[in-house]
Design a protein around this ligand. Structure first.
Ligand code: NAD
Length: 370
């Protein structure tokens, strides 16, 4: 079983490769443009492409990591740059011409702040990344579809937030649920721009034949998610690893299903490497649908068992962000039947095991001052 941060990530890369099977070979000699590559999902995607180059691909793929670093430069980026695993382009995708990058085979558009605490601080930038940035990439892709070397595939990162706060009859939520979303509330900059982004994708597929797929992630967590990101699992891990009680900023009743990053990345890559153009896919895990209170208690018992951190409790507090709970969905739980059936997606990491890997990864990074 993995014990150090690098062992955990290396083990996860092998799990992702096994989930993809022979499909990874499609990336032979390809150039991949990854926008938002300095973010949480970028960390695992870059790790996976590096792993594929070292162990699977006969002709290596090339990864262009484009990011404006609006949330800062992550500590792990320099090692990939120095080893030549990626080419980093510091740019804002809303003001950038992808043609300047040369030949591109795959586009993964992950540029958009994902943490509600931070996208509420940058609402216009968030909308622009999902609408203007996406439009620039789709225009580029549409032109490329008429060229002798058409784009192979395009993945747009939407969100489970496009469903808003589904009524109980629509949980687990399938892709055809139309959503119950505020267009003016504090989360609307994110939810509505993802919704319009999906509409752009579907129409660029229908009109221009762009081979775009839409991923709707449901609450990913694990290594690479900054402990200061202000999402709930890193917040709780931060409390625990600094020896403090877990501070819950809600009454603990909202429920989520949390999908471990290695499972989720396999799902995203299965979508990217599939032929299901113009289709949205829920990527998450169906069980357990767990309350924030029970998730916190699971984390406390995992910390005690794995790291010997005991004697901590669960307490409630109030967020310094007055909008923290406004329009916060009560329940979120996906149906992933479509992704299972069409992509062969099969998440396997339990919440206990995922929390164990996340805690050990954070703990090792703190120890080495990263
Ligand atoms: N992680 C999840 O659980 C989750 C859930 C739902 C949706 N998503 C979506 O997946 C994508 C990636 O998520 P993440 O967790 O890695 O997010 P993240 O916030 O960790 O990283 C996003 C990255 O995008 C960059 N960025 C933002 N605007 C940009 C711009 N205009 N030009 C260039 N770079 C820009 C940021 O600097 C950051 O490095 C996002 O589109 C997000 O909305 C993620």
């Amino acid at each position: 079983m993995p014990t150090s941060d690098t062992t955990i990530v290396a083990n996860d890369m092998r799990e992702i490769a096994a989930a993809l099977g022979g499909r990874t070979a499609q990336l032979e000699d390809a150039t991949i443009l990854l926008t938002g590559g300095a973010g949480f999902l970028g960390y695992y995607l870059i790790n996976f492409f590096t792993h594929a180059n070292a162990t699977i691909l006969k002709k290596k793929c090339r990864v262009i990591c484009l990011d404006n670093f609006i949330r800062g430069v992550p500590p792990w980026l320099a090692a990939f740059e120095q080893s030549g695993a990626i080419r980093t382009v510091k740019a804002d995708i809303t003001k950038f011409d992808p043609a300047a990058l040369g030949e591109i085979g795959y586009i993964i558009h992950a540029a958009s702040i994902a943490s509600p605490m931070y996208y509420r601080q940058y609402p216009i930038e968030t909308m622009d990344a999902n609408v203007i940035g996406l439009r620039i990439l789709l225009d580029y892709a549409a032109a490329k579809m008429k060229s002798p070397r058409p784009l192979k595939s395009f993945l747009f990162f939407s969100s489970s937030e496009i469903y808003g706060d589904p009524l109980p009859d629509f949980i687990p939520t399938k892709e055809d649920f139309r959503g119950l979303v505020s267009c003016t509330g504090p989360r609307a900059c994110y939810d509505e721009s993802k919704r319009y982004g999906e509409t752009l994708c579907v129409n660029f597929h229908q009109i221009h034949g762009v081979p775009v797929k839409i991923a709707r992630p449901f609450n990913n967590y694990g290594p690479g998610l900054s402990i200061d990101d202000r999402r709930v699992i890193p917040d709780f891990c931060k409390n625990v690893l600094s020896g403090q009680n877990i501070v819950m900023l809600s009454d603990g009743s909202p429920t989520r299903t949390f999908c471990y990053i290695a499972d989720a990345i396999a799902g995203y890559l299965l979508a990217l490497l599939s032929s299901h153009n113009g289709e949205p896919f829920n990527i998450g895990i169906e069980t357990p649908e767990i309350s924030m209170r029970d998730m916190a208690l699971t984390l406390l018992s995992t910390a005690e068992r794995e790291l010997g951190i005991g004697g901590l409790q669960l307490i409630t507090g109030t967020s310094d962000d007055k909008n923290y709970l406004v329009d916060n969905p009560d329940r979120r739980c996906p149906s992933i039947e479509k992704a299972r059936r069409l992509l062969g997606f099969n998440p396997t990491v339990s919440l206990e095991e995922g929390l164990r890997r996340a805690l050990l990864w954070y703990s090792a990074r703190i120890e080495t001052g990263q």
